[in-house]
Design a protein around this ligand. Structure first.
Ligand code: FAD
Length: 287
């Protein structure tokens, strides 16, 4: 089913994001995790597309598995990295043949060591260009990325929202946010996005952080502000995995409850292929 149709029938969606497992052992782990998540009857699941287009085959294979063998509504991520128009056109045809109805279309990051993104020859520089191209030729339901605390390359949030409006106008049915920990940042961003004319749902992307190492890594990667209370607690428990885990899960439960109480249109969980925390948070919401 297309996400835009799912959204016509429900006010909130709950979804889980995975990446293709690297090897056989992680594939077994992944199977156990998906098994746990299936029971929760998610609105959809999504599968990331590797940096540099490296995991394209694995992404498509996992999308095929989740969509056709497990029967979950599955969103295939796809980026501008390494693809010209002809390749994009044929990749989309292949996804369509697999029965995929939903895409998350992204620009992708510049290669490591380089600061700016270079469009491939006859390819695209911005997600909005990719979205416009795919929208013109195919009938997928399309999602795009949004950044409550600004994309790192944008000078100001205002400029970033201007580009997001362009992305919406290019044909997004929904937006999913970068992870964040401060709900006020999300609601203020969502209000400004609405004021700019963006009418589709902006689904908050949430990650249950379960270790001190993780919180620092994500803060560096995404520029998300970390509440002092969360940072201090994770630091205090950095040598106690169970307490770190519980700290992160408790925080994520409170964060999700507050988001839903204040009207957020659902939650997208970044699972990092470890479903225990995401399952625990989701179940605690008693939906
Ligand atoms: P864009 O929308 O193109 O924006 C990138 C930057 O360019 C922003 O600063 C924006 O303000 C600016 N910009 C946009 N349009 C213009 C314009 N016309 N002129 C000038 N500047 C402009 N990465 C992966 O490699 N694989 C994945 O599977 C993946 N999944 C993701 C899922 C989510 C929910 C999110 C939030 C991110 C994901 N990413 C993924 C990361 C994403 O590829 C990076 O954040 C990337 O740096 C930006 O992608 P984008 O689609 O937001 O790009």
């Amino acid at each position: 089913m297309k996400i835009r149709e799912i959204m016509q029938h429900t006010d909130r969606t709950f979804s889980f994001e995975f990446f293709p497992p690297k090897d056989e052992i992680s594939a077994v782990d992944f199977g156990i995790n998906v098994g746990q998540l299936v029971k929760l009857n998610p609105s959809f699941v999504s599968v990331t597309y590797g940096a540099g287009g490296s995991s394209q085959e694995k992404t498509f294979a996992l999308v095929d598995y989740l969509q056709n063998k497990i029967g979950l509504t599955t969103v295939a991520h796809y980026t501008c990295v390494g693809s010209d128009r002809d390749k994009i056109f044929s990749d989309m045809l292949n996804l369509q043949k697999l029965g995929v109805e939903n895409l998350m279309l992204l620009r992708g990051d510049p290669p490591k060591g380089s600061v700016s993104f270079q469009a491939p020859k006859d390819g695209f520089s911005h997600a909005s260009d990719l979205i416009r191209f795919v929208r013109k030729h195919y009938a997928f339901s399309i999602g795009g990325a949004a950044y409550p605390e600004k994309h790192p390359e944008a000078q100001t949030l205002e400029e970033d929202i201007g580009h997001l409006k362009n992305k919406y106008n290019s044909g997004t049915d929904f937006l999913i946010t970068q992870l964040f920990f401060e709900n006020d940042a999300y609601f203020s961003f969502a209000r400004r996005a609405r004021e700019s004319g963006i009418k589709c749902r902006i689904i908050p992307g949430i990650i249950p952080i379960t270790s001190y190492a993780q919180v620092n890594r994500f803060a560096d990667m995404t520029a998300a502000r970390i509440p002092a209370e969360l940072h201090e607690k994770l630091e205090r428990y950095k040598d106690n995995p169970e307490k770190s885990y519980q700290t992160g899960v408790d925080f994520a439960i409170r964060q999700c409850m507050d988001l839903l109480d204040r009207g957020a249109p659902g939650i997208h969980f970044y699972t990092l292929n470890k479903s225990r925390a995401a399952v625990e948070v989701f179940e605690s919401l008693h939906l």
